[in-house]
Design a binder for this molecule. Sequence first.
Ligand SMILES: Cc1cc2nc3c(=O)[nH]c(=O)nc-3n(C[C@H](O)[C@H](O)[C@H](O)COP(=O)(O)OP(=O)(O)OC[C@H]3O[C@@H](n4cnc5c(N)ncnc54)[C@H](O)[C@@H]3O)c2cc1C
Length: 300
Amino acid sequence: MDYKKELSTYFQENCLLNEPMHRHTTYRAGGPAEVYVYPKSTEDWCFVLKLAQTENIPLRIIGFGSNILVGSKGIKGITCSTKRMNQTAVKGNRVTAEAGAALDKVCETAVRAGLAGMEKLSGIPGSVGGAVYMNAGAFGQETFDCLEYVEAIDFEGRPAVLLKKDLPHAYRHVEGIGNYIVLSAGFSLEKKEFAPLMEARNGVLHKRIEKQPLDFPSAGSVFKRPVGDYASRLIDEAGLRGLSIGGAKVSEKHAGFIVNFNHATPEDIKHLMEEIKRQVRQKSGIELELEQILWGEFEV
Ligand SMILES: Cc1cc2nc3c(=O)[nH]c(=O)nc-3n(C[C@H](O)[C@H](O)[C@H](O)COP(=O)(O)OP(=O)(O)OC[C@H]3O[C@@H](n4cnc5c(N)ncnc54)[C@H](O)[C@@H]3O)c2cc1C
């Protein structure tokens, strides 16, 4: 039996073939994933991992697709979504959440329980797994500030509990995390008064609405913050605010974002990324580094 049939038989309605990735990425652009599955249990993961390994098929993990750009020729192999793994629990000062839980919901849960440490991550539109993978952060707070441990599985199906100290991390970077699939995470928080926490959360959500182009599809900041500067400032200084290629544009509201303002192709977005890099390099001599992740094949 070929591997697609095996996955379809095992996962039934939780296996999609030639699934357009514009449905699963916040850029709302991207070609098809050959096979798109929704594992839930450890058994499901072991089934997929074993099949991928024996048949030598590439395998990727997607959370909410809020930091990924998929090429229009699509993704080969198996793409696994964590969306069916979304349980969250609070016990004492600890919040635990499965990888596919929405980070913002976890932040809200923590705040409602009077637990401090995640409130400034409110509004980041990713999953817990994606936040751990990226060490997502905002307003001076990072996922790893309060992360205690990660329950994971490696690509050979071996379970692991990784403590924060096992995962050296920096700004939007976690060493070695690419060897694992994050299944859940535990966050160690501090008991505080509810009202100021909710006020901090609402303040952050308000700032996002005020500063970010949330009325258009995007994947947040395109580039990492260069040391001692801001990518958006350099992009602005190079006069690129509003620059467009096809349906993709440097946001007029926040120059660090590329927005899909009119049915952009993935290639429109990618070419605009390259053009921004080129012009910023020319203008300021600074080499911007992509924060967003490119997947699959692009048209040339
Ligand atoms: C409007 C907007 C605002 C944003 N603001 C911020 C911000 O303030 N700060 C910030 O840091 N980011 C921000 N982002 C970017 C994005 O939301 C974060 O990077 C987020 O952490 C990505 O999570 P995700 O679930 O969407 O990951 P995806 O985009 O689905 O995946 C990103 C990477 O994580 C890996 N991954 C995902 N889940 C797992 C898992 N369970 N196990 C192993 N690997 C996994 C994927 O393989 C991929 O390599 C913003 C995006 C948007 C659209």
